[in-house]
Write a new protein. Sequence first.
Length: 461
Amino acid sequence: MGIRAVNSRVWSSGFSRLSAFHRGNHRFSLSTAGIRFFTAVGGDSAASGRGAGGVARIEGAGATVLSDRSAPSRDGCPGTRSMMVRPRLRVLTASWPGRKEPWRARFIRDLHLELADEFDTEVIAPRIHEEDPLEEDDGPLRVRRFRYRSGSKAPRAGGGGPIAALSWLLSAYRESRKWQRDQIPSLVLAHWAVPTAIIARRCARRLGCPFIVWCHGSDVHHYGRTGIGARLLRTGVESADRVLAASKPMASELMDRHHVSAVELLPIGIDSIFLDRPVRVSPTMPLKLLWVGERIESKGYHRVLDAVEGARQEGVSVALEVIGGGAGNPRERHQDHQIRGPQSPVEVVAAMDRSHLLLLPSKGEGTPLVIQEAIARGLPVAATPVGGIPELFPGGAGWFPIAGKNEQEICTRLRDVIVEVAAKPEMLESASSALMERDISSLSRQCCADRLRTIVSEVLS
C-alpha cells in the first residue's frame, strides 16, 4: 500500500496526511484510529445496481440530466406527495448554522425548511463551537452535531490540519452510524462532496437506501483539485443516484476532471424577500460600496480593503459597508468602514437598496446567493469571473468583471472600477436599470425546493 501525501493548504493538507490507498481497488484506510472505510470500485455499485456510466448532458438551471444509471419515474409509482408516511430525508452536511454563527450555511437550513412539510428531515452537522448544542430541534428539523477537533474555527477560517481532518471524518462517520434502517422510505443527501460524500455512500449502503450528493463550490473548485480531495470526491460520488452541482462550470469540472457521468445543474435560490421589488431609487453620492459575506481571504475580502484604500488615495470619496462574520482583517481597525457583522435578510435588503455597488472579488464560487440577491434588488456587481458568476449576467449588463493574472492586477482592476464609477455615476444607473428589467422568477428558492422535491421523488421511485 502506497502512501500519497499532498502538500496543500488547510484541510487539503490534513486529508493528504491521514489516508492511504490501495491502487488496485481504491481502498481508503483510516487505520490510525482503528476505523476503516472500504470503497472497492464496483463493489457496492454492482450490489446496488448503481454506478453504471452514461452520456451526460447539461441543459440549464433545473434541467434533469439522465444517464443509464437514473431513469425517469415510472407511471403509477408513488411520489413524495402521495405517500401516506413522509419519506425520511437524512442530511449529512459540512456546514450548518449554530448559535455563535447563525449565518453559516443558512441557505442550506432555509432550503430544508421549505421541504420539511413533505420530508421527515434529520440533519448531521459538525459542531464547531462549544456554544452549539449537540442536539436540537430547529423548527421541524432534527439536528445532531458531532464533536471534532475544530479549534472553534471552521475549515475556511483556519480550523484545519491533519488532526482536524481525521477527527472530522471519524466523528461524522460515528454519528452517521446512529441512523438505523427501518421500513420508512429514506434517502441520504450529502451537502459538499468533500468531505461528506464518502460517508454518505457508506451510510446509504448500510441503510439500503439511495443517496444524492450536492456540490456547492469549495468541495470541487478547491479540495477537489488536490490529490486526496479528488480521490475522496470520486470515491464518494461514483455510485450516487444523483450528483447535483450549483453552477455549470462546477458540473463541467465534475465530468471533465472527475469523470462523473451525469450531473444535474441545481443552483440554490434566494429568499423571497429579495424578490419583492419596489421602484429602485438611486442612492445619493458619495459612492456607497457594499460587502456581504464571510470576511475571509478566499472570498476576496482583503482585495476589497486594498482597492478601497487605493481609491481613497486617488481622492475618491467612498463609503464601505460590511455585513458578515468571519475572521476579518486587522486593517479594518485602521480604515473608515462600517463593520456591521451578520444581519438578517431584511437588513441585507435595506443595505442593498442604499448602496451603489456590491463587491465580490472572490477566488472561487459556485453560484453565489449574494449576487443573485443583488440582481433581484437591481444592485450592480463588481466580481471576479469565477464559478457560475458569468452565467448570472447574460450579455454582461449589471456586472463589472474584475479579472487579472495575479493579486496585484485584480486589486488594481477593482480599484480602477471604483474610481471610474465614482466619476461616472451614470454607468451605475444604466447597470441598475438593466438589472431591474430582468425576469428574476427563476432565482427563487422555491424553484430550487420544487426541483429538489421532484429529484428526491424520482430517486425514491
